[in-house]
Ligand binder design. Structure first.
Ligand SMILES: [Zn+2]
Ligand SMILES: [Zn+2]
Length: 256
């Protein structure tokens, strides 16, 4: 009973947090006075002092690293992963944790349900002719329906969960993964080794993602609480040396 309630708490709380936590936008934490002030303040937060800072072509605001414009939300989202219609929200810097944990708790609950329901499900198949030997309160049809539903949701959400665990362990967003794969291909052709500059190794990435150490002990990762991530989402620590594409004239052939 305690384990089942814990799973339900994990699913409901993380879903609620994923829906209601703003993923993070460029103007977060800045006073809404005039646009000029915003521009300067965002640049200060990004620690960008170049003459031509990266700017979003659609909302004309400075574009911090890992930020992308969401055409559904019509604004730039910090550490943008994707826009998720199921939570009617973008998955970004401030709610990625809740999105991942929602997928994890839901998949775990589905596996647990399928495991616990397999006995009644098998018995249902056996006792088709003799209704008298059905010892459960739950009607047979509902057992069959729940078992099939748990299998289907477990597979679909589990696949998505595995993908997001892979991204978390390798410190990438969905978008970055596509870009990194592309650059990896170019590196391979040149005989170079690719390294993702946000990657601090599996343990380092987990500590960062779950804000362990600075905000709370390790077990806070397993508590469905509202715990914000490290940083403001406009600037990120860089562990790897990163790989900067050299678009010099010698390399043009490689890019064709
Ligand atoms: Zn934008
Ligand atoms: Zn969006």
């Amino acid at each position: 009973m305690a384990w089942s309630l814990y799973l339900v708490w994990g699913i409901v709380a993380n879903y609620y947090y994923a829906v209601t936590t703003p993923p993070g936008s460029v103007l977060d934490g800045l006073a809404a006075e005039n646009e000029g002030t915003h521009f300067q303040d965002v640049l200060m937060e990004m620690e960008t002092f170049t003459e031509f800072p990266p700017t979003c072509k659609r909302c004309h605001l400075p574009k911090p690293e890992r930020t992308h414009h969401c055409s559904v939300c019509k604004k730039c989202i910090l550490k943008y992963d994707h826009h998720c219609p199921w939570i009617h929200n973008c998955v970004g810097h401030f709610n990625h944790r809740y999105f991942l944990m929602f997928l994890t708790y839901l998949t775990t609950a589905c596996i647990y349900f399928v495991y616990m329901g397999i006995g009644p499900f098998m018995l249902m198949a056996e006792s088709e002719e003799n209704l008298a030997i059905w010892p459960y309160r739950m009607p047979k049809g509902l057992v069959a329906f729940s078992e099939v539903l748990a299998c289907a949701i477990g597979l679909a959400v589990g696949g998505m969960g595995c993908w997001h665990w892979y991204l978390t362990l390798t410190a990438q967003t969905t978008l970055e993964q596509y870009n990194n794969n592309y650059i990896k291909g170019i590196c391979k052709k040149k005989g170079d080794r690719f390294s993702n500059m946000y990657d601090f190794g599996i343990i380092g990435n987990l500590l960062d993602f779950f804000n362990i150490g600075r905000r709370g002990p390790w077990y806070t990762a397993f508590l469905p609480l509202r715990i914000p991530p490290i940083g403001n989402g406009k600037r990120f620590d860089k562990g790897g040396r990163g790989y900067v594409l050299d678009f010099g004239p010698d390399d043009e052939d490689d890019l064709v």
